[in-house]
Ligand binder design. Structure first.
Ligand SMILES: Nc1ncnc2c1ncn2[C@@H]1O[C@H](COP(=O)(O)OP(=O)(O)O)[C@@H](O)[C@H]1O
Ligand SMILES: [Mg+2]
Length: 323
């Protein structure tokens, strides 16, 4: 698997940063070479990995502005010994259909410690300066990553909660997009705008961009609306919805305050296991794709356009959706 993946959703608080950090950690313990790029001025992925965002002399801001190369902005984190957690089963996730990962290469000290390109609030001014530039401003990140792309198996980009020039740079640089979403009614409106943005980028700057998958986060199987929205997502996006569900889990929420991923904070927590399962699912999909046995991820054909409706009318939100 060699891919650049943007973790994007313009809605805030849906689990982008949690997904980027914990997925990066999961691939690292699967002995992949992983680079995590923070392009959110909030710098949450940076802090969540234990890097002091106030002490950054060179990060994604300087890279986007062309003041430093990507290689100069990368910090290699100390390699923490990886746990060997037990595989997650269906019952372990309170009824959620999270698949057990079936890779036996998990555990031991990661062969390659996680690398991060950090960010802080300086990125806000970088975005303004980028906007003032002419043609090619959306290609900045893609061009900066070109010399280092082959040094990593996976490059994950944690996007800001906006469809701005920073997110566009991530989508132009990426091969795929992981879309974390909470299964609630208003999340669908955001999905609609994001899918149209992805379509626009496919039609112009990055024709090979794919939706890697939609990830249901903070999932509570006891919540009827969550189940309803989840079922509708499956109907309309089919195989592009990851089978792995990320449950609401306090360890995922508290791990950033220790500056580390949940896999280091509490390796047997349901949250850490869910992201390990997601990494397993992505690798499995990738293998199947190469064998020709897997689903192809078609380009989205239309954006979901949820009609104004009460919160319990999840199905209506998808009327007119033809993906
Ligand atoms: N699965 C989860 N269970 C519990 N809390 C979560 C989970 N995913 C994210 N959170 C918490 O929800 C908040 C928003 O998540 P975050 O990843 O920062 O979202 P985003 O990057 O989309 O704004 C954070 O406080 C985070 O710790
Ligand atoms: Mg975030």
């Amino acid at each position: 698997m060699k891919r650049v993946i943007a973790v994007a959703n313009q809605k805030g608080g849906v689990g982008k940063t949690t997904t980027a950090v914990n997925l990066a950690a999961s691939f690292t313990v699967m002995h992949r070479r992983v680079l995590l790029i923070d392009i959110d001025p909030q710098g949450n992925a940076t802090t969540g990995c234990g890097v002091d965002k106030h002490g950054i002399a060179c990060g994604s801001c300087e890279v986007l502005l062309g003041e430093h190369s990507a290689a100069e902005a990368i910090v290699q984190l100390a390699s923490a010994p990886a746990p060997a957690p037990a595989p997650m089963t269906e019952s372990a996730d309170a009824g959620a259909c999270t698949p057990a990962y079936d890779h036996d290469d998990v555990g031991g000290t990661p062969l390659h410690p996680l690398s991060i390109m950090p960010a802080n609030q300086d990125l806000t001014s970088a975005e303004v300066r980028l906007l003032a530039l002419g043609a090619g401003r959306e290609q900045r990140l893609r061009q900066a990553l070109a010399p280092i792309r082959d040094s990593y198996d996976l490059i994950l980009i944690d996007c800001p909660p906006a469809l701005n020039m920073l997110t566009v740079n991530a989508l132009v640089a990426a091969d795929g997009v992981v879309i974390p979403m909470q299964c609630e009614y208003y999340a669908l409106e955001g999905l609609s705008s994001l899918v149209s943005t992805i379509e626009q980028i496919q039609a112009t700057a990055n024709p090979t961009l794919q939706i890697e998958g939609i990830l249901r986060t903070m999932f509570d199987p006891r919540n009827n609306l969550a189940n309803e929205v989840s079922a509708q997502l499956m109907v309309h996006f089919g195989e592009r919805v990851f089978r792995t569900l990320v449950p609401r889990n306090v360890r995922l929420a508290e791990a950033p305050s220790f500056g580390r991923p949940a896999l280091e904070h509490d390796p047997n927590s349901r949250g850490a296991l869910a992201y390990l399962a997601l990494a397993g699912e992505m690798l499995r999909r990738d293998d199947e794709m190469r064998d020709g046995t897997g689903i192809t991820a078609p380009a989205p054909t239309s954006a979901p356009t949820p009609a104004p409706a009460p919160p319990d009318a999840a199905a209506d939100a998808f009327s007119g959706l033809s993906t």
